[in-house]
Design a protein around this ligand. Structure first.
Ligand code: NAD
Length: 609
């Protein structure tokens, strides 16, 4: 095998152990189809196979689920061994996963998590992007992204919901009271794993989306899947169509095959006003094909990347400077541009682009968390809660939608005005979820909810599993991109301004706290979303099997999983979080959190006069 593996390393830059790739199909089967001794292990096997399903995963052959390099395992040998361990495990054992490598089963207890996952955890000084390439090629670490390496990816609907909420709120920020978003332009890029959700979210938010994608295959795939309404590959045609659609106040999503830099520049020359702008190229991974430079075709770029990576890097940086200049010109006309967590601002600044604010500390543009998701959702505890029906039956998913909708309506009836908007948006989302045909792979649903919503919905699911109203257990989870799960100074924690956005205590507390409060599996990763070394993020999975034990665990763990982050955000003096944590302490006597005493700015300023 040594010869074979060295050939893989030479040809692909990684050892994938293709000889161990199973010849059976990979997809989420019904839970009873898995040959495990315990239900929780079967559920994890189901989630792993869903993450590797070719209909769900971006590069299934390379065991990559999404985000360009988000791996479930490093090689097929690890996959097989892990499935074998899961099949054999009892409910008094825990499987420890080291960046895709199953270290083994260790004795534990019924209350312990069944699986503990770490991905890409490095000694801090060895966490530069080049280190990842080297250590990943050596086979000792992997980039787990967020939900890829934690078996919690549920296809693009996860990101559709977050993008819809972000866009709706972005429009709320810029539109006058009597205006709506029809015919208003949202210009962005990327039709890949996650970015491909943008046109669909644009349609749900009711605007005119133009999404540029350099890779024709990716653009065609998204169009064929119905995630973008029309496909255009000629700039003149694009300009004419956009002008006409604007005129007619159309709600339309256009997948444009071409480089985003060209679109920003041409729209400026054509005087096409862009209302909202963003970017979702894979800039967390700028030097290995995450971002394609302007003036080179897709194929030319790939050649250059292989033949002269240093020149490729220069071209990427030149292109980022050009893109920034064009965006700046649009912004001077009034475009609202925001960073959607792909490290655009960070990499543009590293490329020397004109992107810094006058104080030379901040960027000219906000991240979507600073302006939108942070203060409007995370600080109140709203985040991307999700579930999977392990029966694989669409009727079960319908039932869960109905249960969740009823609970949200119930909560809304007495909810304070501070969270009314969020409750309304989430009610609309869950009401229309089936109609929007969001399921790809397992029968799964995402729903932004706060601690109260998550706990009440999960309790009702557990009861429905017990009564047989839902035919098989439910897996609960969430994106790592949430209230408490992720420390990421340019994304999830970018709306924390007391300096602690560069610490990672919250994510670590979260994963440890969840693990002894009842999670079925927990994970902690380096590098999801914005890039290796830039973020620490964690998540959980929890099986609801209808038992009383499940009920105790879900209440205990979901409460901490949300309120840990609210407490930390309130300690950073975020006023929405301060409100939320005080409200929670009134309802929950066991919760006692250190509250900040707000000092008047004048008093502090006087100290430094
Ligand atoms: N904030 C969030 O919640 C969030 C969610 C999803 C993704 N992201 C980030 O967004 C980025 C994209 O994620 P993804 O899963 O879609 O990655 P991806 O690699 O699958 O897709 C990116 C796409 O951009 C295209 N592209 C690259 N350069 C281009 C250019 N100059 N012009 C036009 N198209 C270009 C690529 O061909 C690719 O298809 C990642 O950095 C990810 O971390 C953030």
């Amino acid at each position: 095998m040594a010869k074979e593996f060295s050939e893989e390393l030479r040809d692909y830059g990684r050892i994938y152990m293709y000889r161990f790739k199973p010849d059976y199909e990979l997809y989420a089967r019904a839970i009873d189809a898995y040959p495990a001794k315990i239900k929780s292990a079967s559920a994890i096997m189901l989630m792993i196979q869903n993450n590797l399903d070719p209909a769900v995963a971006q590069h299934p052959e390379e065991l990559i689920t999404y985000g360009g390099n988000g791996s479930v395992f490093q090689n097929w040998g690890q996959y097989l061994l892990t499935m074998q361990f899961l099949a054999a495990m009892s409910d008094e054992q825990t499987l420890h996963m080291y960046s895709g490598h199953p270290m083994g089963l260790f004795p534990s207890s019924k209350d312990a998590p069944r699986v503990i996952i770490t991905n890409g955890m490095m000694v801090p000084n060895y966490s530069q992007p080049d280190d990842l390439e080297r250590f990943n090629a050596l086979g000792v670490t992997q980039y787990g992204q967020m939900t890829a390496g934690s078996y919690m990816y549920i296809g693009p609907q996860g990101i559709v919901h977050g993008t819809t909420i972000t866009l709706m709120n972005a429009f709320r920020k810029i539109l006058k009271e009597n205006e709506n978003s029809r015919g208003k332009i949202f210009l962005t890029s990327g039709l890949g794993g996650m970015s491909g959700a943008q046109p669909k979210a644009g349609n749900i938010a009711g605007c005119l989306t133009v999404c540029a994608e350099v890779n024709p295959k990716a653009a065609i795939k998204r169009h064929e899947q119905g995630w973008a309404d029309i496909l255009i590959d000629n700039m003149d045609v694009l300009v004419d169509r956009v002008n006409a659609s604007k005129e007619n106040n159309e709600v339309l999503s256009i997948a444009f095959i071409g480089n985003i830099v060209d679109v920003w520049e041409r729209f400026y020359d054509e005087n096409i006003f862009v209302h909202i702008g963003s970017d979702q190229t894979s800039l967390h991974n700028p030097w290995s094909g995450g971002y394609y430079p302007v003036d080179l075709s897709f194929d030319q770029s790939n050649e250059l990347l292989k033949d002269d990576p240093e020149l490729f890097k220069k071209k990427v940086q030149e292109s980022l400077r050009r893109q920034t200049n064009a965006i700046n010109k649009h912004a001077s006309r009034g475009t609202y541009f925001f960073d959607y967590g792909n490290a655009f601002l960070l990499e543009a600044s590293r490329a020397g682009a004109d992107i810094m604010a006058d104080n030379e500390i901040d960027f000219k543009y906000p991240s979507y968390v600073q302006d939108i998701l942070g203060p409007m959702c995370f600080d109140y505890g709203f985040g991307p809660f999700r579930w999977v029906c392990t029966s694989g039956r669409a009727e079960d998913l319908d039932k869960t939608d109905e249960i969740a909708l009823n609970i949200l309506r119930e909560i809304k009836a007495t909810a304070p005005k501070e969270i009314e908007l969020q409750m309304n948006d989430n009610i609309i989302w869950i009401q229309d979820a089936k109609k929007n045909k969001l399921v790809v792979g397992s029968q799964a649903r995402i729903l932004y909810a706060d601690a109260e919503g998550r706990i009440k919905i999960a309790t009702a699911f557990n009861n429905a599993v017990r009564s047989g109203e839902i035919s098989a257990p439910i897996v609960l989870g969430r994106d790592h991109h949430d209230v408490s799960g992720t420390d990421s100074p340019y994304r999830e924690t970018s709306n924390i301004y007391d300096g602690s956005q560069f610490t990672a205590d919250m994510a670590i507390h979260n994963v440890i706290g969840d693990s002894f409060r009842g999670a079925t599996w927990v994970s902690i990763h380096n590098g999801g979303g914005v890039g290796w070394g830039e973020v620490t993020n964690g998540g959980f999975g929890m099986l609801l099997d209808g038992t009383k034990e499940s009920e105790i665990k879900l209440k205990n763990m979901l409460f901490y999983d949300v309120n840990n982050g609210i407490a930390r955000r309130s300690w950073a003096r975020n006023k929405e979080a301060l409100y939320a944590v005080k409200r929670e302490m009134e309802r929950t006597p066991g919760l006692k959190v250190t509250l900040p005493n707000i000092v008047e700015d004048d008093l502090l300023d006087a100290l430094y006069e």
